[in-house]
Design a protein around this ligand. Structure first.
Ligand SMILES: Cc1cc2nc3c(=O)[nH]c(=O)nc-3n(C[C@H](O)[C@H](O)[C@H](O)COP(=O)(O)OP(=O)(O)OC[C@H]3O[C@@H](n4cnc5c(N)ncnc54)[C@H](O)[C@@H]3O)c2cc1C
Length: 504
């Protein structure tokens, strides 16, 4: 099935729903969502299912819904590093991983989903169960399945487009685990190189895998991944009468606090300050770099960090901006890559200035924990062995990287190689972790667990631990559940349809 070019959440907001900053800031909203990205737009759309609830979305990037570069999945590498699409931020130098890394983040309606490559992958049952085991009630795999299903529509391609061995293309548990009428259309590719199936077979033989391949989550599976075909959020919004407001260029935000908690957002556009009032809540969905930045600029965070940046600390929570994690790709062998799915290293994102126009300091902490390089090195050895399996070797030429003279025989050789050949997989998460910065209702808390009224975080920042696989599906799931939590407390939503519970 060909990839539908209409692929992104950008469909969410038709042109006539966008408005200028001056128009938007003259209105009062029940909910002000900061960041019209992957999670923020889902939250806005779901809340708008009740037309009497007023939602304003504040997005710094532009609406590029008609831009072919954005709607063509393979063009994503060309968007990285271009200020038109990307915030173009850099990491600090990484002493354990050789250099400074570019940290692309989408700056457009749709956020990072506007510049990503649309792989649709879920983490494992164990990954989400570990979120619940950390004390986050309601965030285990069984709790989240309805929200995975709610956003998804799985399209199974024609029989002839499927891989010959169906166990490498699992959709057997479709009814139980996959959605049939959600706005995110997912499917499998319609074309495979023979090498892909050969690689799966060789890897399965090499092991260690003793489990059934047909499943719905990714741990310990060898399989081909699904990708997103198109997004259809517009159909979810059609009953909403209140327009969300999207403001191009909003960069400065300070949550306005009154004695009741967060009451609104201040932002600047064309050097003019605007204020948006939120009668019920401010929802922070600015993504993993800017969500902690905005919390810190709003006087919430680690007193030492805030003091150094010249910001007074009003609400102390030392975990703001901590627990940064990313998937690290490493060990290029031919065109084969391995990925560190559960890094032990932790990084951080913190402001260094009270000036909201200055990007925060991003320290991913790549390979800071020495075990991470050893895990990647072990993966490299495994990959080397699989590449020598006759099924795979017949399709590969001579190895170029690592150079043939690097025999990869000793762990030292492998670690040394890995340390100088990693890249980000763009799966940043964790800087406003559930249990630390947000409670299990995603409300922002102080260091003692006290809820800050009227302020929630709903984006990839709240993941407490990493998941195996690309994280956009988990971000949609967090957003769907976050929206339901908001609706449950709002009191203006019934239980169905689109009320406080996900469809089962
Ligand atoms: C290049 C790239 C490729 C990727 N490929 C994949 C993939 O194939 N599959 C996958 O599953 N995941 C992929 N990811 C990861 C995935 O896209 C992200 O994890 C996910 O989109 C993050 O969603 P989010 O809602 O947390 O943040 P975002 O989608 O980044 O949304 C944040 C939004 O907030 C806005 N914003 C930020 N600051 C402000 C401010 N001060 N004022 C107003 N607005 C603001 C931003 O402009 C943005 O629109 C990729 C990421 C990148 C960057």
């Amino acid at each position: 099935m060909p990839l539908d070019p209409c692929k992104k959440t950008l469909n969410l907001l038709a042109r006539d729903r966008l408005c200028a900053p001056s128009t938007g800031s003259s209105r009062d909203y029940d909910y002000a969502v900061i960041g019209g990205g992957t999670a923020g737009l889902v939250v806005a759309v779901r809340i708008m299912e009740n037309p009497s609830v007023k939602v304003g979305v504040i997005e710094a990037g532009q609406n590029r819904m008609d831009d072919k570069q954005i709607s063509t999945p393979s063009s994503y590498p060309t968007l990285i590093g271009r200020p038109k699409y990307d915030w173009c931020m850099q990491s600090t130098p990484q002493p354990s991983a050789g250099k400074t890394y570019s940290m692309p983040r989408g700056k457009a309606l749709g956020g990072s989903s506007a510049i990503n490559y649309l792989m649709y992958v879920r983490g494992s049952r164990k990954d989400y169960n570990s979120w619940a085991e950390l004390g986050n009630k309601g965030w285990g795999w069984d709790d989240l399945v309805p929200y995975f299903r709610k956003h998804q529509m799985l399209n199974i391609p024609d029989e002839k487009a499927l891989l010959e061995d169906k166990q490498f293309m699992p959709h057997a548990a479709r009814e139980k685990y996959h959605g049939g009428d959600g706005p995110i259309h997912t499917s499998f590719n319609d074309h495979y190189m023979p090498l892909e199936e050969d690689f799966c077979k060789a890897a399965y033989e090499r092991g260690p895998y003793g489990i059934l391949l047909v499943s719905c989550s990714s741990r310990s599976l060898i399989r081909s991944w699904k990708s997103i075909l198109r997004c259809d959020w517009v159909s979810s919004t059609k009953s909403a009468s209140e327009e969300p407001a999207c403001f191009d260029g909003g960069l400065r935000h300070e949550d306005l606090f009154d004695e009741q908690g967060a009451a609104g957002v201040e932002f600047s556009h064309s050097r003019k300050l605007h204020v948006v009032k939120a009668n019920k809540e401010v929802v922070l969905s600015a993504g993993v770099i800017q969500t902690p930045q905005l919390l810190e600029l709003s006087d919430i965070g680690d007193p030492d960090v805030l003091q150094k940046a010249g910001v007074k600390c009003v609400i102390e929570n030392k975990s703001v901006g901590a627990n940064f994690q990313d998937h690290v790709l490493g060990g290029m062998l031919f065109t084969l890559l391995i990925c560190l799915e559960h890094p032990l290293s932790r990084g951080s994102v913190h402001i260094a200035s009270s000036d909201p126009m200055k990007p925060p300091i991003i320290d991913p902490g790549y390979l800071r924990h020495e075990t991470d390089a050893k895990i990647l090195a072990t993966g490299l050895k495994w990959l080397d062995e699989v590449s020598k399996h006759f099924l795979v070797a017949k399709s590969l030429g001579d190895r170029v990287l690592p150079p043939p003279e690097n025999t990869l025989e000793t762990e030292e050789q492998r670690v040394e190689y890995v340390k100088n050949h990693i890249s980000t997989q763009y799966h940043l998460m964790g800087v406003a972790a559930m249990g630390e910065v947000a409670n299990d209702r995603l409300q922002v808390i102080d260091g003692k667990g006290q809820v800050i009224k009227g302020l929630r975080v709903v984006d990839a920042s709240v993941f407490p631990g990493h998941v195996s696989g690309n994280i956009m599906s988990s971000t949609y799931t967090v957003a769907e559940k976050g929206a339901d939590l908001i609706k449950q407390e709002d009191g203006q939503f019934g239980s169905e349809p689109g009320g406080g519970t996900a469809r089962l």
